[in-house]
Design a protein around this ligand. Sequence first.
Ligand code: HEM
Length: 484
Amino acid sequence: MPLAPGGEGLLGHNAAFRKNRMRMMRLLARQEHPILRLDIPFPGVHAAMALDPDIVQEVLVEKNRSFVKSDMLRFGLYELGGEGLFTSNGDLWKRQRRTMAPLFTPRALEAYAEDMVACAERTVAGWRDGGSLSLSHETTRLTMGVAGKTLFDADTFSEADEIGEALTVALEWTGWIIGRPLAVGHIAARRAAESLARRTTGRLHDAAVRAERRLTGPLFLPGKRGRGLREAIRFLDDHVQKMIDQRRGSAAPHPDLLTRLLEAKDEDGAKMSDRQVRDEVLTLFIAGHETTATGLAWTLYHAGRDPELYRAMEREADLVGERPGVEDLPRLGLCLRAFKEALRVAPPVYVFGRDSIEPVTIGGYDLPWRTNIMLAPWALHHQARLWPEPDRFDPARFLPEHEAGRHRYAYLPFGAGPRICLGNHFAYMEAQLTLAVLLKRFRFEILGADEPDPGATLRPKHGIRVRVHRREPARVAVAATTPA
Ligand code: HEM
């Protein structure tokens, strides 16, 4: 398999990804070969980068049984998400997904519309006409409020700053540790233990299995960053535990995810441990707000820099009632397309990975056991052969006639296959409804250029500074020819 360009010095692509992830992404987006080998010079570590929709389809869909979530991702998220739905594998993942999926069907999602709109209204209620704000801070508060209320019936909106701070510390740690030599070394050690377990029996086998498990997450958290992470996790753990305790002590019915988790039983009739509930709650809370907040902020940023598009979105928002609902979703098509385009240009999950659990052939190449295949939505979304003028923000790419001619796996913001994002429809609906409220109530003036900052997700580096101008309350619904 050809080697990807951009490796640096003794640490190869490991160094390149650490030092300048965006540069590496741009370089990869320009490559023509569908899959490239990465130079990660640690014993037992094989890695490749998938750069073609056919390869994506092979890895995530057709041969998904030959892969599990990557050790690197699990390592980086373990303190936060533990064995939650995002990071777990095998039977545990299957059972948990089955438990949660019913709350994310299109029908079940309808119940969340009112809370989504209410959180958008609470967000704008705190804004002053002419005030300047960080858009990503505001969209984070909004989506955090939505995730807390809809999934756990908790008022996370009022506590958004405290929780947000702890989560930012934890996610910054994740963004920092992924790909560091410390993490790669850790994974190489885990692989060695796993390989020993496969080749041995008896006591040696048992010891190797124990070592492998122990090495799933970090053994220790060094330095100031480690201390910060420990404190943040303690704060979040206490918070979640309080929520669980309150719910157990409450007689009132709550038909939400938390109740479902607390009441779920496995085949043997056993309930989930508090630790597992904690892992699921934190996973869903983080997965359910961080990415959508980033996507919303980028949507308004790009729309705000294109007056014609902005006015068309505003007109669309004005055409729905003061409090938009599920029935308005078909009329908010441009808002949806703009959000989809923002997830293309700046996919919040810009890279993720899988590890093979057996020898497997991908793209015609035979890959050994435990090859790490990286999938990079950012690089895929910026390939000129898949997306002409890839840097141009153009929601029309998502009109049905344009979508029809495109490879299904050229667009990967939510992943694909059995492990596709559980909340993709939730995110789309939340984006449409909250964009409608924000655009109706305020006009956004973008105060400066921003750029993606690739950490755990693709947040904007400067938070997107905007000035907000209150709009007249009684706007006439102007029949507009909504452009693409
Ligand atoms: C724009 C918003 C979102 C983006 C870009 C996004 C992206 C993703 C991606 C790429 C994955 C798959 C990762 C992989 O295959 O390794 C994923 C998984 C997941 N997402 Fe999302 N997500 C978003 C919103 C949400 C929301 C709103 C929720 C919940 C309310 C959610 C819950 C989850 C869960 C639970 C998983 C793990 C699913 C599994 O492995 O079975 N996400 N997301």
